[in-house]
Each structure stands twice: as structure tokens, then as C-alpha cells.
Design a protein around this ligand. Structure first.
Ligand SMILES: Nc1nc2c(ncn2[C@@H]2O[C@H](COP(=O)(O)OP(=O)(O)O)[C@@H](O)[C@H]2O)c(=O)[nH]1
Ligand SMILES: [Mg+2]
Length: 353
């Protein structure tokens, strides 16, 4: 599905450190110039239990692409177009991870830092809209639809100039369609990451400030100990839990972070499972069975007959597919079924002639 998240935040807030923690890629911090890109498996604590039950030869996780771009600082957009070029790297991401520096408690101002990022995104977006408006102006004179499209773009641009990011403009469906091709940065879903020094700061005034900003826009905040977690991610997987416990963490916040990004994107995971393979698939919340089947193979969508479904919790409760079936908990679902997170599915379809 090629899902992607872009890390954004002021220079020195810990983006590269967190990128390293997420990806264990060992990319160097302080580069300041180049961009890092990595594809990571989405951690899913249900998978080890599926492995116990199915003993598959192969396991395939869902993936997420993470992009780290160099820091933004005030005015970088105006600054010889450098900001715009930097932001160009995240034009195509599905969501933004706003990294907010909360690890140096005296010198931080999370609210101001978040506003600074918002402003950078809005300046870039206003320019993108301006370009589209200029391009369509002539055509708009003779075509009513185009005139409407231009008027919509202008409205969004004016609101940006008044300081309202596109994601908070309550845009109508028509406005969203009108600005669609602009790929506005400030319209992308945002997940806030408060980068803290240690668990002692989990509820510091700065973290609370980030949380209230996130909640005010119906988003989420996750606190991460970027530097500690980057170090832990360098360890062998077996060694990690002990070090996490020493730091007072029950689990790596990277798993929580990636899962929250999934929720934010409106995604869910479902499984196909057997002796050959346990495979995690991704679809959107609300996708119907044929669409979800199409994630696996287009023939399964076009030739969809039905979906046989076992809920993850039922499988764990009864311990095997056969036991679930005996208990009458296996379900047969048709074309209108909305796939649920954790469904273990088997698709019946007629192959194309
Ligand atoms: N104490 C502390 N320092 C951190 C943390 N995360 C990053 N840093 C430090 O902050 C500096 C900038 O981090 P970096 O990841 O390069 O920031 P970027 O410019 O946003 O990519 C580096 O010296 C990091 O070691 C953290 O969680 N705690
Ligand atoms: Mg960096």
C-alpha cells in the first residue's frame, strides 16, 4: 500500500534520533542536509501468537515508510526556497509526525515550536495554491466549474493567510476536491511526538502543553524518549526488554507510535494465516470485504465470492481454527461486510477465465 509518514520539526528537536529508533538504520544524526528514508515492518503483538498457532514457514508484516527531512527553522520557506525544497520531500506522505522538543526543559516552548512548523507548512501551501490559481485564471473566465474550483482554492488560501492550517479549516467535500491535486501539507493528518529526556517527564508542563494542542484538534500525542530508544534499538532484540524496564518503560514507544500513526491514518490490519505463511495486510477502516481482498490480489476483488472470517480474539480463546469452527464462531461474510481489525480471513473467489 506504500504508506508513509514524514517527520517534521525544528532543527535539533530529535527527528533523526527518532528516525534511527524507528528504523534501527543507524543513520547519523546532525547531517543537516540529506534526507533519510526507510521502510519498517509495523510491529504487531498479535503476530507472535499467530506464529505459535500456525507455525508458518514465513511471516510478512505490514510496512510503513518513514522519511526524515532536515530541520526547519523560522523563515526557511522564504529562505531562498530551501524550505520549500525540503518540504517537497514530504509532499506525498500520508501523515506527518510532528516532533516537539521537550527534553531540555528550561529552553523549550512547545507551543511556539508547533506554531513555527505550522507557519512553514502554511507558507508553502499558500504558494502551491497561488500557483494553481494563476494557472487556471484564464480558463476560469469561460468555465463555471473551473471558476468554482479557483474560488475554493482562493478561500483556502485566504484562511491560510489568516493563520488557519488547512486541516483545521473544516473544509467541505467540494473544497477538498478543489485543492486535492495541491497535496497541501497543512491538510495532512498530524500525530504529535513529545520527545522527552526520560519517563520522569511523562507529565511535565511541556508534555501537557503538546497533549492539549493535539487533543484540541482531535489528534493524539505520544511521548517518546528518543535518545534512549535509539540506543536500545541498537541492541539485540532479546536484550531490549531488560533495558526498557530499567528506564521505566514497559515496551518500546516505537510500537505505540507506529500503531498510533496507523489509527491516525484510518487503517487497520487483517491477516491471512496458514502453515505456509502468516501475512499482515492493511486496508482502510470501513473497507468492504472485496476491497480488502483486492489488497491481496486484484483477482480476489474482481472474482470475489465470499470471505470466511475468524476474529483474532476467538482464535486466541479457542486455540485453533478447528476449535473455532466447532464452537460455531467462524463466519461467512459477503460483499457488504466491513473488515474488522484483527480478522483472519480466507477468501473464496473465482479466478478470471
Ligand atoms: N537528552 C536528549 N537529547 C536528545 C534527545 N533526542 C535528541 N537529542 C539530542 O538533540 C540533538 C539533535 O538531535 P537530532 O536527532 O539530530 O535532531 P534533528 O535536527 O531534529 O534531526 C542531538 O545532539 C541529540 O543527541 C532526547 O530524547 N533526549
Ligand atoms: Mg536531522
Amino acid at each position: 500500500m506504500g504508506l508513509s509518514c514524514g517527520l517534521v520539526g525544528l532543527s535539533g528537536c530529535g527527528k533523526t534520533t527518532i528516525f534511527n529508533a524507528i528504523t534501527s538504520a543507524g543513520a547519523t544524526s546532525f547531517d543537516g542536509s540529506e534526507m533519510n528514508r526507510a521502510v519498517v515492518g509495523v510491529p504487531d503483538s498479535r503476530v507472535p501468537r499467530l506464529i505459535d498457532i500456525y507455525k508458518p514457514k514465513k511471516v510478512v508484516y505490514a510496512t510503513l515508510q518513514v522519511i526524515d527531512i532536515p530541520g526547519l527553522s523560522t523563515g526557511s520557506t522564504a529562505n531562498q526556497g530551501r524550505g520549500n525544497k525540503l518540504l517537497g520531500h514530504i509532499k506525498d506522505v500520508d501523515a506527518l509526525l510532528y516532533v516537539v522538543r521537550c527534553f531540555n526543559t528550561e529552553r523549550n516552548d512547545p507551543k511556539r515550536d508547533i506554531e513555527t512548523i505550522d507557519i512553514e507548512l502554511m507558507v508553502a501551501d499558500a504558494q502551491t495554491l497561488e500557483n494553481k490559481i494563476a494557472r487556471l485564471e484564464k480558463k476560469a473566465k469561460g468555465c463555471k466549474e473551473t471558476a468554482q474550483e479557483v474560488a475554493d482554492c482562493l478561500e483556502v488560501k485566504v484562511a491560510l493567510e489568516e493563520g488557519i492550517v488547512a486541516r483545521k479549516q473544516n473544509l467541505s467535500q467540494r473544497h477538498i476536491v478543489s485543492v486535492f491535486e495541491c497535496n497541501l501539507l497543512s491538510l495532512k493528518p498530524v500525530l504529535y511526538l513529545a520527545n522527552i529526556a526520560s519517563v520522569v517527564d511523562l507529565d511535565s508542563p511541556q508534555v501537557r502543553s503538546v497533549r492539549s494542542i493535539a487533543e484540541a484538534e482531535a489528534s493524539e500525542m505520544i511521548a517518546v524518549c528518543g535518545r534512549d530508544e535509539a540506543e536500545i534499538s541498537q541492541l539485540e532484540p532479546e536484550e531490549r526488554p531488560e533495558f526498557l524496564r530499567e528506564l521505566g518503560l514497559l515496551e518500546s514507544s516505537m510500537e505505540r507510535l507506529i500503531r498510533a500513526a496507523y489509527r491516525k491514518l484510518g487503517l487497520l490490519s487483517f491477516f491471512t494465516a496458514g502453515e505456509k505463511e502468516v501475512h499482515v495486510w492493511t486496508c482502510r477502516q470501513g473497507d468492504r470485504a472485496p476491497v480488502a481482498a483486492g489488497r491481496i490480489h486484484s483477482d480476489m476483488e474482481s472474482g470475489f465470492i465470499r470471505m470466511e472470517v475468524i476474529g483474532y480474539q476467538d482464535l486466541i480463546t479457542y486455540g485453533s481454527e478447528a476449535a473455532v469452527a466447532r464452537a460455531g464462531k467462524q463466519r461467512i461474510e459477503g460483499k457488504s461486510y466491513e473488515v474488522q481489525d484483527g480478522d483472519i480471513v480466507f477468501i473464496r473467489f473465482s479466478p478470471p477465465k
